[in-house]
Design a binder for this molecule. Structure first.
Ligand code: THU
Length: 136
């Protein structure tokens, strides 16, 4: 499954719109229904208006009615097309993932290729997190 998720992210990496940073990111999430949703980073001339790949993938899943994210794969390339290393989700993306997951279960797959990746649980990346349960 990790390989399929990584492949889905790699498939859309060319759509990344990153003319300012030159850092191209794609993500694919496995949602509760079993479907995969992918997204890329979309930057903006007004820099803070840019959106991360992970947030776009989660927003796409949620827009299709999904309310559970089981795992996510992230891939990146620099402006020369070289792989960008094991890309870890930024703080805002970690919180967005938290909304739709149990942090103990959500797998975060940081991939350089389909066969070369690191895998962590969201809980490790965002310990003691604040989530929907805290507002019940
Ligand atoms: N970026 C992501 O898409 N995801 C991350 O988790 C890290 C950063 C994007 C944002 C910006 O377009 C570019 O990478 C450089 O920060």
């Amino acid at each position: 499954m990790n390989e399929e998720l990584i492949r889905s992210a790699l498939d859309v990496l060319g759509n990344s719109y990153a003319p300012y940073s030159g850092f191209h990111v794609a993500a694919a999430v496995l949602a509760g229904s079993g479907k995969i949703y992918s997204g890329v980073n979309v930057e903006n001339a007004s820099y803070p208006a840019g959106i991360c790949a992970e947030c776009n993938a989660v927003a796409k899943a949620a827009s299709c009615g999904e309310r559970r994210i089981r795992s996510i794969a992230i891939v990146s390339r620099d402006s020369n097309g070289n792989d960008g290393g094991y890309t870890s989700p930024c703080g805002i993306c970690r919180q967005v993932l938290r909304e739709f997951s149990d942090p103990k279960d959500l797998k975060v797959v940081m991939a350089r290729s389909e066969s070369d990746y690191r895998e962590m649980k969201l809980e490790e990346l965002l310990p003691e997190s604040f989530g929907p349960e805290n507002l019940k």
